[in-house]
Design a protein around this ligand. Structure first.
Ligand code: ACM
Length: 518
């Protein structure tokens, strides 16, 4: 496997890039990968992507063809190359080989091996999802210019020799986007999916309804979107997804191994639904469209059967749009629901979700109800609720607002966001361990982690990016990497190198002074 002299020269340069060449001495510096892989070793050679490269697939199943095309499209804008993706051929030098081996179970459903030498790039996994994550790692080993949306000149597409064996710690690694307080269109949600998937997150929880807006078409209850979708915080025109548009989001997510979890928040946070169908409320309060940011003033009527007939319609339609296993029923901050009514309500809604083949997730308050065996509780604020959930045998998703809420300001000068849970700098968002954060909640109780972005103050994609980056990669690492290998001092060196990637991706990130951006 001869490598050209040009290539040898590049390898020498690259050896300096992978380490720091200080006065002839080499000082180890970490591979700039986020999340940090389980095991990685480097060599002195390198692989160069040339116009002759091909993407070769160990089998031509639909999933593998899709991955081949995905990789080709990922590399095309910056390189100007349209690499063909097809079956394995004898022309193997310089290829990127994607192969699945169903019999190797040691990597799990999402793990992969990435083996790069001067001859080829090989990504091996038990399942297609692992190939996808291997591609994300390869992407981060390429120069940052690979993220550019147009052809990047004067760039050698070189990656270092590495052997990586990697798999995630937690099965559930997500973010939440609140599309109710401010509405975000299909293209924006797709971009958000692309950004979280690049850091190996596999869940996007969409907060589809709140006091200020209802964002998903329900054909049997058309006023929800006609009326309830017509505005947003600040009085803008709001919006909603038709079911076709929503299906497009779900497909885009599935192609990136991201599961969409739809949330209909109830019995509180329901003003938009109540304005659409006033009988959903049985108190003497008059509801009008709401464009402020207070919480806790609305509730469905927990006593009326008509409320549950309504929920039945919503859940039935939502379940047909949801290939994933979960529907999120909210359940937070129902301050004007009587406690006994609240418990009855959660107890009656769980079987409806089950009837349509889905499992319930709810915010930590739902722990006060009788939890079904498959119900998962999302910790956001209340430790006793979460401990109660664990005592009742529930699995927990960790979204501690003091660490993982991406709408919290970085510091007192941040122009966006809120601070009711505190300021969260980039190191605060990184420095926590889900398995030791909360007494009585241990590794075995935890399904995974989720970083929510509430959008009371967030109006544009740039706003989203500014609050999410650079904190989200750190939270993605908490979900993926082995806790023992995590350390802020080392992580911040890797994160620093992602500044140029964010720039190439057009991501408007917060350049925290706690990181020495490269
Ligand atoms: C929440 O932040 N109200 C779940």
């Amino acid at each position: 496997m001869g490598i050209s002299s040009v290539n040898r020269f590049c390898c020498a340069l690259l050896a300096c890039a992978a380490t720091s060449c200080l006065g002839g001495k080499e000082e180890a510096s970490p591979l700039p990968l986020i999340p940090k892989p389980l095991e990685a070793s480097t060599g002195k050679a390198s692989f160069r992507l040339t116009p002759k490269a091909t993407i070769q697939l160990s089998d031509t199943s639909a999933a593998m063809k899709q991955l081949g095309q995905y990789l080709s499209q990922l590399l095309a804008p910056a390189t100007g190359l349209t690499l063909p993706a097809g079956p394995i051929t004898t022309d193997s030098a310089g290829r990127i080989l994607l192969s699945v081996n169903e019999t190797d179970t040691s990597l799990g459903g999402e793990g992969y091996i990435l083996d790069i030498n001067d001859y080829q790039v090989h990504i091996l996994a038990q399942k297609p999802a692992g190939i996808f994550y291997g591609i994300q790692t390869l992407r981060q080993l390429l120069p940052a210019a690979i993220e550019a949306s147009s052809v990047a000149t004067h760039t050698d597409w070189i990656v270092p020799e590495v052997q990586i064996r990697d798999k995630p710690e937690y099965a559930f690694r997500g973010s939440m986007l609140d599309v109710a307080r401010h509405f975000f269109g299909v293209a924006e949600v797709k971009r958000y999916i692309d950004l979280i998937a690049a850091y190996k997150m596999n869940i996007l929880h969409l907060h589809l309804s709140d006091d200020q807006g209802w964002r998903i078409e329900i054909k049997s209850r058309p006023k929800l979107t006609e009326v309830g979708g017509s505005t947003q915080v600040g009085g803008g025109k709001g919006g909603f997804y038709t079911q076709d548009e929503y299906a497009e989001i779900v497909r885009h997510a599935a192609d990136r191994f991201v599961t969409i979890i739809p949330e209909i928040d109830m019995p509180g946070h329901t003003n938009a639904a109540i304005v659409s169908y006033p009988w959903l409320n049985c108190r003497d309060t008059v509801h009008t469209l709401y464009t402020g940011i207070e919480v806790g003033f609305s509730t469905f009527c927990a006593k009326n059967d008509s409320t549950y007939a309504f929920i039945q319609d919503v859940v039935r339609e939502l379940a047909t749009l949801t290939p994933g296993p979960w529907i999120h029923i909210g359940g937070d901050e129902s301050h004007v629901t009587l406690p006994a009514d609240y418990i009855d309500f959660v107890n009656r809604v769980q079987p409806i979700v089950k009837q349509y083949g889905k499992k319930v997730i709810g915010w930590d308050e739902i722990a006060n109800a009788d939890l079904h065996p498959n119900t998962t509780v999302q910790f956001w604020a209340d430790v006793p609720n979460t401990q109660l959930a664990v005592k009742k045998g529930a699995q927990v998703i960790m979204s501690p607002s003091k660490k993982a809420y991406l709408d919290m300001q970085y510091d007192s000068t941040t122009r966006l966001g809120l601070n009711w849970a505190g300021y969260i700098e980039v190191d605060d968002a990184y420095n926590w361990d889900p398995a030791t954060l909360t007494e009585g909640v241990t590794r075995k109780d935890i399904l995974g982690i989720e970083a929510p972005l509430w959008t009371e103050t967030i109006q544009t994609m740039d706003d989203i990016e500014y609050m999410v980056f650079p904190r989200l990669p750190g939270i993605a690492e908490i979900g993926w990497a082995d806790t023992k290998g995590r350390d802020w001092a080392e992580y911040k060196l890797r994160l620093a190198k992602h500044g140029s990637r964010f720039k190439a991706m057009g991501v408007d990130y917060y350049p925290s002074a706690r990181v020495d951006w490269k």
